[in-house]
Design a protein around this ligand. Structure first.
Ligand SMILES: Nc1ncnc2c1ncn2[C@@H]1O[C@H](COP(=O)(O)OP(=O)(O)O)[C@@H](O)[C@H]1O
Ligand SMILES: [Mg+2]
Length: 214
């Protein structure tokens, strides 16, 4: 199973979401592999810090071969989380094409949503004509804010499925990354860790049904 985290907008939370999910599943005993396909190397930088993402297996491959590496691991039954560049490149295109599941983080701002909508066709078009299963994930939100509700409605109107769970704006995320950790490694029962668990469990339900269909 390859979960690709992608959107053509820098700073939308791709690397944060990818690392948080990988660590969460790792702590649940799932042995995921996190592939850093972004030449900016955010994941590799995290893995080089003290907590080393709690020992999650991390592979650096920003070449067009990243999806092949991902596919090899997935074919052996592994769970792969693929973090991608925030710009269009051959590698990005290939990572999107390889996705079994596409997660699109989007900040609740009209600029971010517009940019996401502009690139959505590109995000979800595949060489084999199939659309990957995908969900948008609202990131850096303020719970119950007017803007979040509004963006949620706008996405729904555009026919784009959005995860019920959100990743709210919390200093716990950048703080954990100071140590090369994610909130799940700092405080398993803390509020940030609980929202990561909610996102991961919502995905598990979707991926489970996807695997059952395959
Ligand atoms: N939920 C959040 N709350 C607070 N800060 C966040 C959150 N998600 C991401 N950030 C911060 O926003 C910045 C961009 O996030 P990042 O995951 O690197 O985005 P991308 O990979 O899409 O470029 C980083 O400094 C990160 O620590
Ligand atoms: Mg990134």
């Amino acid at each position: 199973m390859i979960v690709t985290v992608a959107t053509m907008k820098g700073g939308s939370g791709k690397s944060t979401v990818a690392s948080c999910l990988a660590v969460y599943w790792h702590l649940r005993g799932r042995r995921p592999t996190l592939i850093d396909a972004d030449p900016q190397r955010s994941i590799m930088r995290l893995a080089a810090r003290e907590r080393a993402l709690g020992g999650v297996a991390v592979i650096e491959d920003a070449t067009e071969d990243a999806p092949k590496t991902a596919r090899r691991i997935a074919n052996a039954g592994g769970l792969v989380i693929l973090d991608t560049p925030g710009f269009r490149s051959k590698t990005t295109v290939e990572c999107l094409a390889a996705a079994d599941f596409l997660l699109v983080p989007v900040k609740p701002s009209p600029f971010d949503v517009d940019r996401m909508l502009d690139t959505l066709g590109f995000l979800t078009e595949r060489t084999d004509g199939r659309r990957p299963l995908f969900r948008c994930l609202l990131t850096q939100t303020t719970r119950e804010s007017v803007i979040s509700r509004h963006i949620r409605a706008e996405l729904a109107e555009a026919g784009l499925p959005v995860l019920e769970s959100e990743m709210t704006n919390r200093v716990a995320y950048p703080e954990a990354s100071l140590w090369g950790a994610t909130p799940s490694l700092i405080s398993w029962k803390g509020p940030a860790a609980r929202e990561i668990a909610a996102i991961a469990e919502e995905l598990d339900l979707l991926l489970g049904s996807r695997q059952a269909a395959a």
